[in-house]
Design a binder for this molecule. Structure first.
Ligand SMILES: Cc1ncc(COP(=O)(O)O)c(C=O)c1O
Length: 359
């Protein structure tokens, strides 16, 4: 029976709205950093076959430790990693949530260098972790000494470093991760959702794992692997980190269907990752084109580009949407973010932006 009383929502959540990018209908969708290339018919068939093979066992719970998938992910990552150092969940957002459930929480603090991925503070809040924002340098980089000094001063339980960073696209030099690991009293989480698009993919923080027990690298299959719809994220860290996450994860969190689909995608890694070179080249063309228009553009090592600065960025965003092109109104004031799409989508974006700038 309804009593007219307010729901007893936690005080710290009162007044909060559900997070998510606006999703108005548009023929060209360049707003959430998806990979624009859908699976080939052969891959779609392989996925369907794998799902059909699992379908007959759906009366049973899945492997709650996703052992086979973790073996495959470890093999993909290389660096001598094995199953005990790899964990998987429903998107890297769930990995981040599990990390904060295990290492953050009430009475604990997480710190990130902004502008950065907005889900880090939101998941911190949802897990009762106090969020401390620190600033990136001009140009959206991060100086190792300054980063280490901030971490040494705040002494957070969890530090987030995002490289390449969202929404700026900028990659961190490995020296920053090293300096922060040396200064941090707690966990250091390097969110490498866009690692495959980096100009120097060899500069991954995975290189530092043997040296730092409290370092965690978070990855996703949503971007380079073009698998956003399947929801697969994963991490590499020490076996102790994986054991800690197994305490907080829900039993059977990763469905048998998800595990099977992710394994098929990993089997077809060559085909899927071929889109990375295409998108990276398209990104570099886009950066050059935008700079040629006299716009400011952040250096991008990702599959998106942050550009500006507009006195009324909303008007530019709306002008593009009116012309059928949806991008993201996000980042520091005056900036907009566009995901890299197919050549046809980028042509539509360019001609729409030319019209908007001329108007
Ligand atoms: C930096 C960063 N981390 C994590 C994610 C989450 O990705 P997913 O949950 O799809 O793995 C995103 C998505 O845009 C992102 O930009």
């Amino acid at each position: 029976m309804r009593t007219g009383q307010a729901l007893p929502l936690r005080d710290d959540l009162a007044g909060r709205r559900a997070y998510g990018a606006p999703m108005p209908d548009a023929p060209v969708r360049l707003n959430v950093n998806e990979n624009p290339y859908s699976p080939s018919p052969a891959l779609a068939r392989a996925v369907a076959d794998a799902v059909a093979a699992v379908a007959g066992t759906l009366n049973r719970y899945p492997d709650r430790d996703a052992a086979a998938l973790r073996d495959d992910l470890a093999a993909y990552l290389g660096h001598g990693l094995t199953r005990p150092q790899v964990w998987a969940a429903n998107g890297s957002n769930e990995i981040i949530q599990q990390l904060l459930q295990a290492f953050g929480g009430p009475g604990r603090t997480a710190l990130g260098f902004e502008p950065s991925y907005s889900m880090h503070p939101l998941i911190a809040q949802a897990t009762g972790t106090r969020w401390v924002p620190a600033a990136r340098d001009d140009g959206f980089g991060l100086d190792p000494d300054r980063a280490a000094a901030v971490v040494g001063e705040v002494r957070p339980d969890v530090v987030f470093l995002t490289s390449p960073n969202n929404p700026t696209g900028t990659a961190l030099p490995p020296g920053v991760v090293e300096a922060v690991c040396d200064a941090a009293p707690g966990m250091v989480v390097v969110d490498e959702a866009y690692a495959e698009f980096a100009r120097d993919p060899g500069a991954t923080a995975l290189n530092l794992l043997p040296r730092y027990e409290r370092l965690v690298i978070v990855r996703t299959m949503s971007k380079a692997f073009a698998l956003a719809g399947a929801r697969v994220g994963y991490l590499a860290g020490s076996p102790g980190v994986v054991q800690a996450l197994q305490i907080v994860r829900l039993p059977y969190h990763l469905s048998a269907l998800t595990q099977a689909v992710a394994r098929v995608a990993l089997e077809h890694a060559g085909e899927l990752l071929a889109t990375v070179a295409v998108l990276s080249a398209e990104r570099d063309d886009l950066v050059g084109w935008l700079r040629g228009r006299g716009l400011a553009v952040a250096d991008s090592d990702a599959n998106f580009v942050l550009f500006g600065r507009f006195t009324d960025r909303h008007a530019v965003w709306q002008g593009l949407l009116d012309r059928g092109v949806l991008i993201r109104e996000i980042g520091p004031p005056g900036w907009l973010r566009v995901s890299v799409g197919t050549p046809a989508e980028m042509a539509a974006f360019r001609s729409a932006l030319d019209e908007v700038l001329a108007a």
